[in-house]
Design a protein around this ligand. Sequence first.
Ligand code: PHE
Length: 346
Amino acid sequence: MTASVSNELAKLVTEAREKFDSALTEDELNRVKAGYLGRQGAISALMRRMKELSPEERPAFGQRVNAAKDALEVALDRRREALRRERIQRAIESERMDVTLPARGGERGALHPLRRVEQDLVGIFRRLGYDVAEGPEVELDFHNFSALNFPADHPARDMQDTFHLEGEPDRLLRTHTSSVQIRTLLANQPPVRIVAPGAVYRSDEVDMTHSPCFHQIEGLFVDRGVTMAHLRGTLEAFAAELFGRSVGIRLRPSFFPFVEPGAEVDVGCVFCDGAGCRVCGQTGWIEILGAGMVHPAVFESVGLDPEEWTGFAFGMGIERIAMLRYGVQDIRLFYENDLRFLAPFA
Ligand code: PHE
C-alpha cells in the first residue's frame, strides 16, 4: 500500500510538472494548478487516502506529500515566471514603435496660386516704392464709373456687363480696381504711389479665359512732372522682375476713359523669346495690362488741378499673369478647389 501511494505521488509530481511546462498561458497554468494543488485537486485527494496507511507510516507520508507540494509550487512559479516573460516579450515585439518614422498628420496648407501671384506682384511694386491700397468690392457708380470719366451711356455701365445691386441704382460690384484710384485720390494729397489688388466682377459668360469674378491689381502714381517715360520705365522694371530677366515691353495705343493717352502693354513672349509660338499667337508679344496717363477729367473729379498734377495708372489681371506663369490653360481651374490642381503649388 505504502509503495503504491508513494508511487502515485511520484507519478503525480512528474505528470504535474509536465503539464505545468506545457501550459501556454498563465490562465491555462492556473487551471492546471487547480487540478493538482487545489482543494479538489489530486494532491488533496492523495492526502485523504492517508487513512489507508498504518499510523506509523502516516508522518513520513505526510512529509513526502508536503515536499511534493513544495516542489510543485516551485515548478509552478518557474513556469509562471517564464510565461510572464514571454507575454511581456510578445507585447514588446507587437507594440514596438519606430520613433524614427516621420510624424503623421498635420498636413501643411499653402497659398492659393492666385494669392501667391498677387503677393509677388505686390512685392515687386513695394520694392519700387509703392504702398498697398484697398477699396470695397461693392462700389458706388461714382468711384467705379463717373469719376473715372465714363460717360453715362458707356456700354460698360450696361446691365449686360456690370452686376448692379437690386433696387440700388448707384451700387454695383466693381468692374475693375480703378475705383481705388478715385478713393485714394480723395483720401490722400499727392504725391501718391499705390497698388490695389483685389476681386472684380463682370457678368461675363464663363469660358477658358473668362470668369464673372476675377482679380486685378491696379497701380497709380501721381506727382508733379510725371511723364509717359516714367510709366514705361516702371513697367519695364516690373516686367523684368516678374519674369526674372529683362523682357521687352511694347505700348500699343488703346482707349480707356480715365487715361489719355492710353495703351495696351505687351511683354516680349517669354516662351519663344519673340520668335512666335502658340502661347503668343505667333506675334512674339503677350498682352498683360492696360495703362495710361491719368486723364485731366479724373483729376477734376477728385478736386485736383490737372495743370499741377500728372500721373500714370495701370491695371492688370492676376489670373492672366498666373496662367502665363504656371502654363494654366483654363481659368476655371483656379476656382474649383480641386486638390489635384492645387497640391502641386503647395
Ligand atoms: N481698368 C482697366 C480694365 O479693367 C485697366 C486699366 C487700368 C487701364 C488703369 C488703364 C489704366 O480694363
